[in-house]
Design a protein around this ligand. Structure first.
Ligand code: ADP
Ligand code: TRP
Length: 324
């Protein structure tokens, strides 16, 4: 099979604004890969329901993610962009997978264990989250799933689920591969921990100039003086230079290694480069947001295409299981 015919799928939950970790870990890669695959990118609104109870907010944030996708360069002529809930067949497939999946197996999932450890209320949706995700992936016969490191286990659960089904009912599903770029697998937040909406340590992908300044100035560093050599690997600022200061990187590396740059100057350089990068994205987004009708139409079209392939697959599953 040529690379062109391979199927790529991924999604992002519409909960909160995307940050540069989401962008470099996942979203940018959707754009980079859209020429090489049959690309399908969706808004994971069913998954968002595990935490979101405000209908107005969910509706708005779903549309916002669609606008974000277009602003960063996803091209609806190349990528099928759709809302997960327009493909109801995924919930049907998730139920069928539920009947094959054991509780102890899902109890090992990181997201569930984290929620338990934090004493969060765990609804059944949270527990079953990886199975709905497996359905998203397998119903489209996806070959590859570009995600950040934190989603690797979920793609492995999808693979295991495909194997389990194939063993029980005969060869039906392809085994998908996670596509993780090791260079950007985990982008740190401004406090040095993994950048995540739930840790409040993010830099928004569409941040205003003021937000960029405030957030970069808030990055935690050690207390080494200007003249002292600095450790690039341990410095969050430097992790961002690798993403935003490509041209100056060799010079910055030398100055970090030999001493001769203070964190204040390093932050100022970063602020300038981030602004140069984010401003055109923010402006493009603003323009798209002025008229959302074409965006809604893109989602509608994408939903129909995704539903068509899902419908064919679920029919195959129903025949295999005896439901049809
Ligand atoms: P968050 O942790 O902020 O809620 P999501 O779970 O919505 O982010 O993740 C959306 C996508 O972005 C996933 O593919 C995830 O792997 C990726 N991602 C999230 N945070 C990071 C990060 N800090 N570094 C790299 N990729 C990330
Ligand atoms: N769980 C993913 C996240 O939190 C979103 C998601 C849902 C997804 N279904 C998917 C990603 C299928 C890739 C493929 O970011």
């Amino acid at each position: 099979m040529t690379k062109e015919q391979k199927i790529l799928i991924s999604g992002v939950k519409p909960t909160g604004r995307p940050h540069i970790g989401n962008y470099f870990g996942a979203m940018k890669r959707f754009v980079d890969l859209q020429d090489d695959y049959r690309a399908m990118i969706f808004i994971a609104d069913y998954h968002a329901l595990t935490t979101e109870r405000d209908a107005k907010k969910l509706r708005q944030e779903s549309l916002d993610i669609a606008i974000d996708y277009l602003a960063i360069g996803l091209d609806p002529k190349k990528t099928i962009i759709f809302k997960q809930s327009d493909v109801q067949e995924v919930t049907e497939l998730a139920w069928i997978f539920n009947c094959l999946t054991t509780m102890p197996f899902l109890s090992r999932a990181h997201a569930y264990k984290d929620a338990l450890a934090k004493n969060k209320e765990v609804n059944v949706g949270v527990f079953d989250y990886p199975i709905l995700m497996a359905a998203d992936i397998l119903i489209q016969d996806a070959d590859v799933v570009p995600v950040g490191q934190d989603q690797k286990q979920h793609v492995e659960i999808a693979r295991d689920t495909a194997e389990k089904f194939n063993l029980a009912y005969g060869e039906t599903f392809k085994l998908p591969e996670p596509l993780i770029d090791e260079n950007v697998a985990t982008i740190p937040g401004i406090d040095g921990k993994k950048m995540s909406k739930s840790y409040g340590n993010t830099i928004s992908l569409f941040a205003s100039d003021e937000e960029i300044e405030k957030q970069v100035m808030g990055i935690v560093t050690d207390s080494k003086g200007v003249g002292e050599p600095k450790e690039m690997e341990k410095d969050t600022l430097f992790a961002y230079h690798r993403l935003f200061s490509m041209e100056q990187l060799p010079e910055l590396e030398n100055r970090y290694r030999d001493g001769g740059i203070g964190y204040k100057e390093s932050k100022e350089i970063l602020i300038k480069n981030m602004k140069d990068f984010i401003t055109p994205l923010r402006e493009k987004r603003k323009k798209i947001a002025e008229n959302t009708e074409p965006v809604i139409e893109i989602l509608k079209q994408g939903g129909q295409t995704a539903k068509h392939s899902a419908f064919l697959k679920i029919a195959q599953v129903k025949r295999a299981t005896g439901l049809l």
